[in-house]
Write a protein that binds this ligand. Structure first.
Ligand code: 572
Ligand code: ZN
Length: 353
């Protein structure tokens, strides 16, 4: 009989149960068996809990939630040489399955986030990591140095979106950067942009409490949801040019337009936020005549080593973003808490062990 473990399983809308599920068995040759220690609650976990789906990804059978995680290696498969029991690791939740030539194509290009058949924790039908143990490919486990905590390790995943946005934009030394949305993703992008050398980071949100956090962690200027003010502020800081890079992390058509308006001619707008109803109206003339580059990003690739280094070197400090901590049995209450405190709770962390 297989060993059992605790997991937070989504059975349906608003039906999240902490229950016994079979624990994974011995790790495969390329895998490590990891005791999960810390898992952050992501907006997508909450979205599945509230709606049972994100777009075409529908929770059709019970699914373990959670994908922002760090843990401790307890056993390694026979081919694993660079990890050993006791190592503390950040876990990258997306692993390409390499089941088709197309997946191999993108893997070889280093763009493995675009592999059509990718495993990703807590994306239906793949189970997540609000549980005691996972078996995970060792290549997707990143050792944490002694001065990086397991909580910080769990936050490398959400930081990854910011690292990737900065890399693809790209953000270069001295840039003026606008970010719309001061939720966890907007704030992670702000930390990454500052570490990438941005001279100014302006951030907007409709919720003043979120902007307070942004201010505390080093925003040059915070703006309460007024596109005109955002554009003017970007121009003031750039001799009238506009922002070099705008990062849209609010997930609203008006924020996409605010980013386009705030960008300088030749600037880049990075699109991260998913918008309600999936559509936004933008002026094609405006983006053509000013050569605004629109750059959507889908998750990230090759960002975890950078995340570890940024934290170990002290260039990025994610600790001020931790708002509350919960235990694994408290996960259902944690979700209620996150929803009830949307405006003030940046990152809730589940302390599994
Ligand atoms: O940390 C990864 C992550 N990705 C999010 C949201 C939250 N966290 N994405 C938004 C939803 N998409 S998706 O394509 N999908 C459900 C697979 O609509 C993935 C990226
Ligand atoms: Zn996420």
């Amino acid at each position: 009989m297989s060993e059992m473990m605790q997991a937070a399983v989504l059975h349906g809308v608003h039906d999240l149960r902490v229950e016994e599920v079979p624990a994974p068995g011995r790790p495969a040759p390329n895998e490590a068996r990891i005791q999960i220690n810390k898992v952050g609650i992501c907006g997508s976990d909450v979205h599945y809990w509230e709606h049972g789906r994100i777009g075409d990804f529908i929770v059709e059978s019970p699914m373990v939630l959670g994908h922002e995680c760090a843990g401790t290696v307890v056993e390694v498969g026979s081919n694993v040489t660079d990890l050993r029991p006791g190592d503390r690791v950040a876990i990258e939740p997306g692993v390409p399955r390499l089941s088709t030539p197309l997946s191999h194509y993108y893997m070889k290009r280093g763009e493995y986030n675009l592999c059509p058949d990718i495993f990703f924790f807590a994306t239906p039908p793949d189970h997540g990591s609000f549980c005691d143990y996972v078996n995970h490919p060792a290549d997707f486990c990143f050792k944490l140095p002694d001065n990086v905590s397991l909580e910080e390790g769990a936050m490398i995943e959400p930081l990854s979106t910011g690292i990737y946005a900065c890399r693809v934009a790209p953000i270069v030394l001295g840039d003026t950067v606008v970010i719309t949305g001061a939720g966890p993703i907007g704030l992670m992008n702000m930390l990454a942009a500052k570490a990438a050398g941005a001279a100014n980071v302006l951030i907007s949100d409709v919720v003043p409490a979120r902007l307070e956090v942004a201010q505390q962690i080093g925003a040059t200027r915070v703006i309460t949801g007024n596109p005109e003010e955002l554009k003017e502020a970007a121009r003031e800081l750039t001799n009238g040019r506009g922002a070099d890079v705008c990062i849209e992390a609010a997930g609203h058509p008006s924020a996409i337009n605010a980013c386009i308006a705030a960008a300088r001619p030749g600037g880049t707008v990075v699109l991260i936020g998913m918008v309600p109803n999936d559509t936004a109206e933008i002026s094609i003339t405006d983006i053509i005549v000013r050569e605004i580059k629109l750059r959507p990003i889908f998750r990230y690739n090759n960002t975890f080593p950078t995340g570890v280094d940024l934290m170990a070197s002290g260039k990025v400090d994610v600790k001020p973003l931790i708002s509350r901590r919960f235990s694994l049995p408290e996960v259902p209450q944690a979700f209620e808490y996150v929803i009830a405190n949307r405006d003030t709770c940046v990152k809730a962390i589940v302390d599994v062990k």
